[in-house]
Design a protein around this ligand. Structure first.
Ligand code: PMP
Length: 396
């Protein structure tokens, strides 16, 4: 038998060649050494997880009805869990029934489902500039053309949005209106109304991504865009248990108008049939047996203290002329070094000093600001934050 050279394999799909891995994940790998004080990761504080409550919820559902919770289940999700989420949304002013919701494997899957259900290659998606990196990946996989909307310290500028809508005819606007990732910014009510009005008048979908809204330490809750009359029939609201319970559960939900919800259910069927039955059952049990709001109050108190420790030390740690914001909640502070500084170029020196942050550049869909960086304040104690800042001062 003669050996012939193996024929070359067909190439990866263009979308797989086009979309790269998240540079933030690569930075996180560099900062995994225990001696590093990291302001880089967007992680909730693990010592605040209610591990005991979650363990007991799993024990109960596995003890009481193991055959049920270890079996396949419906794509839409656990009725008790959807009911509990619907009740929480309704209590916060957004009338919601269990049937308006689809349980997802985190809000990240919600983004992927929306992209599958809505986007053709070449469709335009408008995003805040900067915005959440993995959303950019999702829209990239869908072959969408991502167009950034100009923002200021309050988020997207409605007049600029309307101009772009007229010019680009987008199908979808993706927003993180509360304690945005990466900037920590919150869109004020007047702008929420203006955005809803633009979407209503010009005909586009809105994806309102809200993983951080329940982490408010102070100030007044802003109503969801999904609750504004003009946009109620065209807004998908994405929620998550990651920041309020634990991200390892991989549980989130999507609230959408009926037609889009059905399309997302079919897209999810094709992707993974359904989210883990036992995880959903345990989360529903937890919500029934425990007081999530009491837990959240503890998390908010700890995060507020950590935010304050960070804000108190920034002035002496960063070069004169640096600016930053003061978010009323969430996990991030957005910093801008003086002109001429390059946060990406400075990162290796920071890591050499056992301190880390995420440069702002990868979060921009266009025209990155090299002087910007994101600081997360959630995973270290105030003392560690103070020490991390004195290391940063040595770097700068
Ligand atoms: N959206 C935003 C804005 C996020 O910051 C994150 C997590 N960092 C997600 C979605 C995804 O969260 P999850 O899938 O854990 O719910």
């Amino acid at each position: 038998m003669t050996l012939t050279a193996a024929a070359p394999l067909p190439p990866l799909a263009a979308r797989a060649r086009r979309v790269g891995a998240s540079p933030v994940r690569e930075i996180l790998a560099l900062t995994a050494r225990p001696e590093v004080i990291s302001f880089a990761g967007g992680l909730p504080a693990p010592e605040l997880f209610d591990a005991e409550g979650i363990r007991e919820a799993y024990a109960r559902v596995l003890g009481e009805r193991p055959q049920r919770v270890l079996q396949y289940s419906t794509t839409e999700g656990d009725p008790a869990l959807r009911g509990a989420v619907a009740a929480r949304l309704t209590a916060r002013g957004l009338a919601t029934g269990a049937d308006d919701l689809l349980v997802t494997g985190g809000s990240q899957q919600g983004l992927a489902l929306i992209a599958t259900a809505l986007l053709e290659p070449g469709d335009v998606v408008l995003v805040e500039n900067p915005t959440y990196l993995a959303a950019l990946q999702c829209f990239g996989f869908a072959g969408a053309r991502v167009v950034p909307v100009p923002t200021d310290a309050d988020g997207v500028i409605p007049e600029a949005l309307e101009e772009l809508v007229l010019r680009e005819r987008p199908k979808l606007l993706y927003l993180i209106p509360t304690f945005q990732n990466p900037t920590g910014r919150t869109l004020p009510l007047a702008r929420r109304r203006a955005v809803a009005e633009v979407a209503g008048r010009h005909g586009l979908w809105i994806a309102e991504d809200d993983p951080y809204g329940e982490l408010r330490f102070e100030g007044v809750c802003q109503p969801w865009i999904a609750g504004q009359d003009e946009a109620a029939d065209r807004t998908v609201l994405l929620g998550s248990f990651s920041k309020i319970m634990a991200p390892g559960l991989r549980l989130g939900w999507l609230r959408a108008p009926a037609g889009l919800l059905r399309a997302c259910v079919v897209a999810k069927q094709a992707a993974d049939l359904h989210t883990s039955t036992v995880d959903q059952a345990a989360a529903a049990r937890y919500l029934a047996d425990r007081d999530l709001d009491e837990h959240l109050a503890r998390v908010r108190t700890a995060y507020r203290t950590r935010r304050d420790a960070l804000l108190a030390g920034l002035d002496s740690a960063l070069p004169a002329g640096t600016t930053w914001n003061r978010p009323e909640g969430g996990m991030f502070v957005w910093v801008r070094l003086p002109d001429g500084h390059d946060a990406t170029a400075l990162l290796p020196a920071a890591i050499a000093h056992d301190v880390a942050y995420v440069p702002g550049t990868p979060f921009f869909a266009a025209a990155p600001d090299p002087a910007a960086l994101r600081l997360s304040f959630t995973t270290h104690t105030p003392e560690e934050i103070t020490e991390g800042l004195s290391r940063l001062a040595r770097v700068f």
